[in-house]
Design a protein around this ligand. Sequence first.
Ligand SMILES: CC(C)(COP(=O)(O)OP(=O)(O)OC[C@H]1O[C@@H](n2cnc3c(N)ncnc32)[C@H](O)[C@@H]1OP(=O)(O)O)[C@@H](O)C(=O)NCCC(=O)NCCS
Length: 348
Amino acid sequence: MVEPHAEIPVEITELDVHDDVALREYWEVEQAAMRGHRSRPLLRSYHVLTMLRDPNPYFRHVLLAARADGRIVGTADLGCSVGDNLHLADLEISVHPARQRLGIGRALYDAASRRLLADGRTTVVGEAHVPVGTQPEAAAAYAFASALGLRSVHVEDHLLLDLPATPPDIPMADSWEVITWGRRCPDELRSAYCRMRTQMENDVPRGEVDYEPHVFDEERLRVGEERIARGYDQVVAAARRTADGAFGGYSVVLVPHGEPEALQDDTLVMPEHRGHRLGLAMKRATLAVLSREHPELSAIHTWTSVDNAAMQRTNLGFGYRAVERMHEMQGTIQSPAAQQEARGWSPA
Ligand SMILES: CC(C)(COP(=O)(O)OP(=O)(O)OC[C@H]1O[C@@H](n2cnc3c(N)ncnc32)[C@H](O)[C@@H]1OP(=O)(O)O)[C@@H](O)C(=O)NCCC(=O)NCCS
């Protein structure tokens, strides 16, 4: 379908993720758009994008491509949970730097909205990254999302640590030990690990993001571990009390295959064990594994809620520095006709 409101004719269609030529073209546009606007983004590698070819029983992606003269000029990634959060959709839109401010982003948003509404989704959320030192309104992603009627409902710092790093030398209480594993959690720890993952679902600060936490069970863990192993080396650290084996928390780092920068993902300390520097000890343990097994890494990225004082302090202690602010932009999905009416356009 040719989109009527873009300033150049664009055709928006669903991308066949098995079409290698099209998927690579999609990826190149996404990369160019992100590099054009972001400071130090952690970009998804082409290999990670190809992982969308393996269906995930818990989460579905639909990719849309906007083409002008047969070339991809804009992309949209629609992400939807399958068994939970059926009202919610993640959306990421990118437009090639040479084709911005021509209405292509808006046309992709309209096309995505139509599909999401047909799927019963009512709320959309997307990430807008703002370089440090820039007012949010002056950043393209934030201004674009605001123009679509989305508003900021949660803010995180995007933090970066150059590697190799020297972790703070602060001891952990000696009644605790830290254990680590790689791609698969040991059998005897799986149920305790799932309990912590469920706690994380509930405890991680999300501001007003309209997200319903779910129970993280062993089947979800198995599927997640198998999927992650196809694209990443995983390092997990967990804190265990020596007296009774009780778990105090966990921390996960993902190293995308063949890439120079890693992602510090979840870190959780269970509520009853906070205040003993377990977070610091677990992050130190994952860094030690990285320096042994991945000396080639040049940096590690993480995202921390601006009002998560404990995690902010921990990260600062390691030497992380803020490079961007990430705003979760959320809004109600409206039909394109309702959006056009709100923008003051008369129906065609
Ligand atoms: C954000 C992005 C997708 C916008 O794409 P686009 O095709 O240029 O957007 P549109 O032309 O449809 O713009 C729609 C409205 O958004 C707002 N907007 C878009 N870019 C803007 C900018 N740089 N500054 C201020 N407002 C902007 C305007 O209100 C614009 O309407 P107008 O041009 O009539 O004033 C594009 O800049 C991009 O790819 N950025 C990098 C990737 C990214 O950050 N994506 C957002 C994550 S979901």
